[in-house]
Design a protein around this ligand. Structure first.
Ligand SMILES: Cc1cc2nc3c(=O)[nH]c(=O)nc-3n(C[C@H](O)[C@H](O)[C@H](O)COP(=O)(O)OP(=O)(O)OC[C@H]3O[C@@H](n4cnc5c(N)ncnc54)[C@H](O)[C@@H]3O)c2cc1C
Length: 417
């Protein structure tokens, strides 16, 4: 029997590993294992067009069933890869077993197990009416419960929480966002954008409570309220919890692969066992633009880029994940697009006015563009992405003038002596 490649997890990363293996000429069997009951699908629309009804479940598939058939990629759905053993400790080959008892011998192994929604473990947390949003089943449940709800409490002011809040608000619900820190999306966006989000959601009628910790949930048969640590009680018919995602590292740990808040990989997506690769939300990797920094980038762009690199590494080819990261979030009419990084920046240029809900912030280090965050300014995002991908700069002293198009300002970076 010819053994081939086994890919655990069939999200954006796992599917990309499979299709890149074929693109690179791999001609042995490829098996993708997914513990979800659907063919691999896109997650971003779950909190956007799927909730609003613009996209039906059957339009979310990453690839048509035919795609896998034509490329001889076997997709095992609704089966959990429960155990895996290597032929020996240094090897990348071995045998895996699924919960339903299917044995899968493999010669190459890719871990693309993604992440799961972080659970809020407080008293009352298992009451019906408390929802999470990570997979299609979650989105179906949330969508079904929303029409009967009047008061919706969203716990967590990150992207998932804000997208859910925007949807509930646009459906005419009374929405309250409860965020434990003093800013919205504190980890992922600069403070100007966090402040902008707060104002924009409040302008639409959503209540935003910052610095507010949940102590427990109220209710008997189903949730009726959220109690905060400071004693306040928020009445609720429906609660959406969006307090982050936890990388699924269990399988990697079983293989004694190094994990620390994610499966640790290098820029070639190799784990501490260099014959086994990992890609996507389950990994923590060198930042493509700041290689000394280990980060977990939860984005489609990262999952796809890492999937490509991981496939090359499995075949002994050299490819490094060095592409410029980007991300988007849609909250009703507010479209955010980010590219590059703002973490290492030492100065920022604001272009446009947040009060108009149309602006960009350009991030600089030593006068060199490191990233851009834009709200409803796709042209700025495209120009900055082009600049960063081609190693060009957008001079900071000209970028603040919104009458000038950023794409006309692309310049070779000044030589720093
Ligand atoms: C609601 C939502 C909205 C989002 N919006 C955006 C957005 O606007 N822009 C953006 O860039 N990103 C967005 N993201 C993030 C993006 O979807 C993820 O970064 C991306 O899906 C990660 O892909 P992945 O393949 O690494 O992991 P996942 O998509 O998590 O796939 C991993 C798969 O592996 C399965 N699995 C895990 N362990 C096993 C096992 N042992 N056996 C079998 N199967 C297993 C999991 O069930 C899952 O199906 C969003 C995410 C969510 C949840």
């Amino acid at each position: 029997m010819t053994v081939g490649a086994l890919i655990v997890g069939a999200g954006h990363a796992g599917v990309q590993v499979a299709s890149s293996l074929r693109d690179l000429g791999y001609d042995k069997p490829i098996t993708l294992v997914s513990d979800e009951r659907y063919l691999p699908y896109q997650r971003p629309p779950l909190s956007k067009t799927f909730l609003t009804g613009f996209a039906a479940a059957d339009t979310l598939a990453l690839r048509a069933e035919r795609y896998y058939r034509e490329r001889s990629i076997t997709v095992l759905t609704d089966d959990h890869l429960a155990d895996v053993t290597l032929a020996d400790v240094c090897s990348g080959s071995g045998t895996a077993v699924t919960s339903s008892g299917v044995a899968l011998p493999f010669e190459h192994l890719a871990i693309a197990t993604g992440a799961s929604a972080r659970q809020l473990e407080v008293p009352g947390c298992s009451l019906p009416g408390i929802c999470y949003l990570r997979g299609l089943d979650d989105a179906v449940r949330l969508k079904a419960l929303l029409p009967a709800a009047q008061r919706v409490v969203v716990i967590g002011g990150g992207f998932i929480g804000l997208e859910g809040a925007a949807f509930a608000q646009s459906a005419g619900k009374q929405v309250t966002i409860v965020e434990a820190t003093d800013r919205l999306v504190a980890r992922a966006v600069p403070s100007v954008v966090g402040d902008f989000y707060r104002t924009a959601h409040q302008r639409r009628g959503t209540r935003v409570l910052l610095g507010a910790a949940v102590s427990h949930f109220l209710g008997e048969d189903r949730v009726t309220g959220v109690a905060l640590a400071d004693g306040r009680i928020l009445a609720a018919d429906l609660v959406l919890v969006g307090v982050g995602a936890v990388p699924r590292t269990g399988l990697a740990e079983r293989l004694l692969i190094r994990c620390d808040q994610g499966v640790l990989v290098d820029s070639r997506c190799r784990t501490s066992n260099p014959r086994i690769v990992a890609a996507g939300d389950c990994t923590r990797a060198p930042h493509p633009m700041a290689p000394h920094q280990l980060v977990r980038l939860e984005s489609v762009n990262n999952a796809v880029c890492q999937g490509r690199v991981a496939a090359a590494s499995l075949l002994g080819m050299v490819d490094h994940y060095g592409s410029v990261p980007w991300f988007w979030s849609d909250q009703g009419a507010i479209k955010l697009q980010m590219v590059g990084t703002f973490d290492c920046a030492d100065s920022h240029v604001l272009r446009g006015d947040p009060a108009d809900e149309k602006f960009s912030i350009l991030h600089y280090r030593d006068q060199r563009l490191t990233g851009l965050t834009s709200i409803n300014c796709s042209a700025d995002f495209i120009a900055a992405r082009k600049a960063l991908e081609s190693g060009k700069n957008i001079p900071a002293d000209q970028a603040s003038d919104p009458s000038r198009r950023l794409k006309d300002l692309l310049a070779e970076p000044a030589l720093i002596l």
